[in-house]
Design a protein around this ligand. Sequence first.
Ligand code: 0GY
Length: 306
Amino acid sequence: MSAPSPKSPDWLDWCPDPSRPTFELPPGTVDSHCHVFGPQAEFPFAPERKYTPCDGGKEQLFALRDHLGISRNVIVQATCHGADNSAMVDALHSADGRARGVATVRPDVSDAELRALDAAGVRGVRFNFLRRLVNTASEEDLTAVANKVASLGWHVVLYFESEDLPELEGFFGSLPTPLVVDHMGRPDVTQPVGGPQFTRFLRFVERNDVWVKATCPERLSVTGPPALEGQRHAYADVVPYARRVVEEFPDRVLWGTDWPHPNLTGHMPDDGLLVDHVPHVAVTAEQQRKLLVDNPMSLYWPGEGV
Ligand code: 0GY
């Protein structure tokens, strides 16, 4: 076997000892955006990857789930694994029905491969438009994938930068599946929440009945984590954005940790603080229940009780 690849320079590892949140997540909470990385010795990273992370396997993911009081996970294929979904699928098989997956597939994926992914618990595919992460496939190829997965009742998860939405939204609107957008379409939080960029995003969501992940305050924030140790209110500059999405689309929002937090620079979040961020964003018990439980259950476990 070849030697393991070293991590990308300046790689930040996930937090080994997250605090216990003070906010108690409602029973049945779903972490709708998280990943597994390897472990590399068992599930090698893809040759075409653009970063090499630390390991972050299913055992550690499920330990974090239990520590934070989360019930279920939606494991999104990370780009470092390319279109080899085996680490993610292995985690689904180990989760006792408490995890669903979002895969990356190539346009020539066979119906048999898709059926096997579906049986494992995959319910969507991710289309990624961030050039620092992938060489994005052509619209023609992505449409071919969307047409194949539409018949399984799957959705398409879209990851893009807010400044690229004007160019992409016509294509997104042509896709035949439900759409789920990662990290609120990555707004520039130094712009006003009522400004043209985020307003355009919100109208896109409204027109296309899109699901939105109110995720990644740690990635979007410019003000960053609490300045003082012991303070639990972090990422204040992202709050108006997430709160606006939750208020306008209470039945279409999802929450997640993004563990093990690929490609962060500057700091690695304490995952306990990410949970304590939730009540700043979803301020009523009803908003919290929809964001954390009802919405992800209807998308990923329809018809199943908590
Ligand atoms: C995220 C964000 C990022 C990375 C990936 O699959 C990935 O590599 O999603 C990122 O670097 O912004 O959602 O985890």
